[in-house]
Structure formats: structure tokens, C-alpha cells
Design a protein around this ligand. Structure first.
Ligand code: TRP
Ligand code: SF4
Length: 544
């Protein structure tokens, strides 16, 4: 995208990254000395100094790459506030095809819900409006065990999160709201998932050690269960909208989803197993069979080995390391006269005998049965995946689809630095009185210059301005033109901070007035739901 396109012009870096996302870094990323390390810690400080590193180091993908595939993208997507994703495409495909999909996110009731949480509320609501099954949960077990929040406070805050979520448009009749500690099905799933996780993983993923309290660990398997909960009745693509600090949880949940599966579906070409990296090479050798095979209909593995050993792989469109090539060649050589023939292989990882038999039954066309796997010659990969999932679901398994996620930028604090629940002046709480919200905006730091004269000459720095962020993330809502106008006027020097803040403060006051009214209406809705917000729970806050 160029700077002239409106979608780009109204973006903001949130005052955290230098330059715009997608731009090539001026500091080489390999130069670890110049750029500080990024760590994704769910219970640490939630700032990210450079969002680009999340793509390089953690494999989060750029949201821009899927933006075109989103039907009616939300303004947070259009403006790059939602900047990244993990495997969001299956959700988008379902959305476009009218298939089932789900959205779920959770909130730790450690304080008041604020405008940072509103981003996530909006993301859940938007997906619900696009036809998704929507879930909002209160992570009370996590708040108690990882943050030491006492139960009476948890009860109060939980209510406030749910009221704001409903006030902003969540439909609790169509969707589901729950508290972790009150959800039995969730706890049973958590227990089951815990059977596939062990302590060394907790150590390496979360840095847990001998001092970590056990309830905190239980809250982690509970979050894994949260993430897979929408698929309890039926497997379906599910998106988890969160901040990038939650990415370790998402990756772990994706792993556990796979570990729970009965069957693993892979593509194979002969009796031997291939590593993922070797597969494209052998596929290329199969594609090229007419070039080398004595009988093009029955290419032999040995012939393919000779071809692959000195094929020009760049030309074949598969780039790969020489060691991968060598191992693929060796496997082919060892198979000698065996025909090279594409097939789908179903591995029985932990399927019951019954499920294994049932799978054999439903596979159409030519198939071969082995002790631990089945080879099928007439089904495609997608069809095979579906068969495996259906059989699993009918025989006591879950058939989980690995969950997807989307990531939003953290908002900058109004006082500069990070927006934090524990620093009232840094954020606007959704419970703040309208006048208080007005005042906080008025005293926010800006991206303005030292003098009005300088500002007219150089323009303001909207990309580093928390007030502009308020416009882009919240105040202008769906109105891209207004957001762009404010941005252009600011950087063009036509807008001065005093008036700009007055305008933002007034809009914030109006937003809060409206939100409070809607919260009041939401009271009755919340009370009519079956959510226990006053459970008496005894105990002292966990050591954390
Ligand atoms: N750990 C999240 C937080 O710190 C809360 C949470 C619990 C959550 N379960 C979840 C978020 C499931 C997304 C999905 O805020
Ligand atoms: Fe920020 Fe507005 Fe000042 Fe620009 S004019 S720096 S957007 S407060």
C-alpha cells in the first residue's frame, strides 16, 4: 500500500513502532544489539516495541494479506489496528460460504473494563454480526490464581465486563457468556486437555517454575479449554481476538487441538514416510515423471531418486536445503523398484479399533490397510480431512480444528507509555463519568509541536499522538473520512492540539453518556441470563 491510499493514511502506529507497519525496518532485524528483544508474556507487561518483529520471530502473519478476503471489514481492520493473525483464512472462508464458525475471547476481571477492552468487545460483536457463534468469558480462575484478586472484587468486575459487552451490542441470546469457574463442561474439557500437556511445556512456554502455584497452572489448561470450547459440540473454524501477548496461549491451544486428534492425514507417495519439508520435493519428482521414467504410468522410486539428485529445484519452484534433498533422495533410492504413486495416508494416532474400522469403511475407491495406517488412492486431501474428522466425532473424539487468532495493537496510555488498568489517568474506563472522560482527554499528551507556529509549519505527529489514536480506535467509529480528515489536517499543520483535544474530549463525553445509558438497559438483560455473579466463594487470594 502506498501513502496515498486512504486506508493507510488513517493508520496510526499507536506511538509504539517507528514508521508504518509493512515498511522495511531501517535497523536490520538481525542486529540484536540495536533492537530490544520482544518477549510475549501473557502475565508480563503488555507493550510491544516493534510489531514487525512479531512477524519475523513468532510467525504471526500480517493482517493486510487477508484484508481483501474479509467481507465488510471492521474499521479496526481497515485501519491496521488489527495488525496480525494466525491462520484466519478458514474463518473467512466459513464466513463467506455461510458455514459455521465461532468467535471467542476472555477477560480477566482484575479492574474496570476500559477502552482497550472495548477493542476486543467490538471484535467479538462484529464476528457475531457476520454470523459467527459468539462467546465471551470471564477468566475468574486466572484473575484469582495468577493475579491474586479476591472473589468479591472478581464478582463485581465480572458484572461490569459483561454489562459493557452487552451494551456495545453483544447478543447474549444468540451467543454465550460464562464464567470459567462456573462452567462444568469447560472444566471437564480442561481436565482432558491437561492429559496432553506436561510441566516441561509449562516451563518452556510460560517460564513456570517450582514456585508457580498449581491453580495458576490449572487456569492455563482452563484457557486452553476456553479456546476450544466453541467446538465442543461440532468442530468449526474459531477465531480468538486478543492482544499479541496471548499468542503463546493460542499456539499451545493449536498444538493441543492437534494432539487430541484420532487420525493424522498426510500426503504420501510410497510406503515410506516423508518429513513435511521433503514432501514438495517428492511431489515435484512425481510431476516430472515423464522426463525420466521408462514407463511414465509407473515411475519407480529409484528413477525418481536419480532425477531428484540433480534436478534444478529452483526451476521446479521448490526451494529447499541440500540436506533435505539428500534425505529425500535416500528414501527414494531405498524404495528402489517400488512405484511412486500419490496417495493420502491416514495415521491412526490414538484412534480406537472401532474408529479405525469405521474410517476404512467410509473411504471410497482403492485403499490399503496397514497396521497403523490406511493409504487411500482416490480421495483428495480436503475430503480426507473431513472423513477423518467425521469418523472421530462419531466415535467419541472431538475432531478439533486448530483455532485461529487475530491480534490488535495495544493502545498507548493517555499520559504516554502504556495504557494500564492500574494507572487511572492512562486510560479511560468504560465506567468513568462522562465528565471525567472529557477531562482525561483534555489533559492527554499529544503529538503536537512546542509552539503553534512550529505546528503550522511542520504539522503535528499524528502517528505518535494518543489523542489521534482515540479518534482512530474509537471516536470516529466507522467514519473513515472523518478519521482521514483529522489525520491530514494534523500532519498538514492546519489542526492545533487545543481545538483537536476539545473535539475529541467532547466526542468521548458523548460516547460515555451513550454507553452508560446502554449499560443501564443491559442490566435487565444480564439479570435474565443464567450467570451466577454472586457465588459465594471462600478462600484467600492465591500466592502468585
Ligand atoms: N488470559 C486472558 C487475559 O489475560 C484471558 C482469557 C482467558 C482469554 N481465557 C481466554 C482470552 C480465552 C482469549 C481466549 O486477558
Ligand atoms: Fe494529536 Fe490532534 Fe495535536 Fe494532531 S492536532 S498532534 S492529532 S492532538
Amino acid at each position: 500500500m502506498t501513502d496515498d491510499e486512504p486506508a493507510e493514511r488513517i493508520r496510526t502506529d499507536g506511538g509504539t513502532a517507528e514508521g508504518k507497519d509493512g515498511e522495511v525496518s531501517e535497523t536490520p532485524l538481525a542486529d540484536g544489539g540495536a533492537v530490544d528483544e520482544v518477549a510475549l508474556d501473557p502475565w508480563g507487561s503488555s507493550t510491544v516495541s516493534d510489531y514487525r518483529k512479531l512477524f519475523e520471530e513468532f510467525g504471526i502473519e500480517e493482517f493486510d494479506e487477508v484484508l481483501d478476503e474479509v467481507p465488510n471489514p471492521h474499521y479496526l481492520m481497515r485501519r491496521g489496528v488489527i495488525f496480525g493473525h494466525r491462520d484466519y483464512r478458514p474463518v473467512l472462508d466459513a464466513m463467506r460460504n455461510g458455514d459455521d464458525f465461532a468467535v471467542l475471547s476472555g477477560f480477566m476481571p482484575t479492574g474496570d473494563p476500559h477502552i482497550g477492552h472495548k477493542l476486543v468487545f467490538d471484535e467479538i460483536i462484529w464476528h457475531q454480526q457476520q454470523g459467527g457463534d459468539a462467546y465471551g468469558l470471564i477468566a475468574d480462575m486466572e484473575a484469582h490464581s495468577a493475579r491474586g484478586i479476591p472473589w468479591d472484587e472478581i464478582n463485581e468486575h465480572s458484572r461490569d465486563y459483561l454489562l459493557s459487552l452487552i451494551a456495545l451490542g453483544f447478543d447474549p441470546e444468540a451467543g454465550e457468556l460464562y464464567r470459567q469457574s462456573d462452567n462444568d463442561r469447560l472444566q471437564r474439557l480442561a481436565f482432558e486437555l491437561g492429559g496432553k500437556a506436561n510441566f516441561s511445556e509449562f516451563q518452556s512456554i510460560y517460564g513456570f517454575d517450582g514456585e508457580t502455584n498449581v491453580s495458576h497452572m490449572q487456569s492455563v489448561v482452563t484457557q486452553m479449554a476456553d479456546i476450544l470450547y466453541p467446538q465442543l459440540d461440532d468442530p468449526k473454524p474459531t477465531v480468538i481476538p486478543v492482544g499479541p501477548d496471548q499468542d503463546p496461549h493460542v499456539r499451545f491451544a493449536r498444538d493441543l487441538a492437534t494432539r487430541m486428534r484420532f487420525f493424522k492425514v498426510t500426503e504420501a507417495f510410497a510406503s515410506f514416510e516423508l518429513a513435511d519439508a521433503e514432501r514438495p520435493l517428492v511431489a515435484a519428482a512425481h510431476d516430472a515423471r515423464e522426463e525420466y521414467a521408462e514407463d511414465g504410468d509407473v515411475p519407480r522410486c529409484g528413477e525418481a531418486a536419480d532425477w531428484l539428485a540433480d534436478a534444478d529445484l529452483d526451476a521446479a519452484g521448490v526451494l529447499v536445503s541440500e540436506s533435505v534433498r539428500e534425505s529425500a533422495v535416500e528414501k527414494l533410492e531405498n524404495a528402489g523398484m517400488e512405484p511412486l504413486r500419490p496417495r493420502i495416508r491416514f495415521f491412526a494416532r490414538q484412534a480406537t479399533d472401532e474408529a479405525f474400522e469405521a474410517l476404512i469403511e467410509v473411504i471410497e475407491g482403492e485403499k490399503r490397510r496397514y497396521d497403523q495406517h490406511i493409504d487411500a488412492f482416490d480421495v483428495g486431501v480436503d475430503e480426507a480431512e473431513e472423513l477423518a474428522r467425521e469418523v472421530e466425532a462419531h466415535h467419541g473424539g472431538y475432531g478439533f480444528i486448530p483455532p485461529s487468532s487475530i491480534y490488535h495493537r495495544f493502545m498507548t496510555g493517555l499520559t504516554g507509555g502504556k495504557m494500564s488498568s492500574s494507572i487511572p489517568a492512562s486510560h479511560i474506563s468504560l465506567l468513568d463519568a462522562p465528565e471525567e472522560g472529557y477531562d482525561k482527554v483534555k489533559s492527554a499528551t499529544t503529538g503536537g509541536r512546542d509552539t503553534a507556529e512550529e505546528q503550522r509549519e511542520l504539522g503535528g505527529e499524528a502517528d505518535k499522538c494518543p489523542v489521534y489514536e482515540l479518534y482512530a480506535y474509537l471516536l470516529t467509529g466507522d467514519d473513515d473520512e472523518l478519521a482521514k480528515e483529522i489525520y491530514d489536517e494534523c500532519v498538514g499543520g492546519e489542526r492545533l492540539c487545543g481545538g483537536c483535544k476539545e473535539q475529541a474530549a467532547t466526542m468521548m463525553r458523548e460516547f460515555l453518556e451513550d454507553h452508560h445509558e446502554k449499560r443501564e438497559e443491559a442490566e435487565a438483560v444480564l439479570d435474565s441470563l443464567d450467570i451466577d455473579l454472586e457465588t459465594e466463594r471462600r478462600g484467600v487470594a492465591a500466592e502468585h
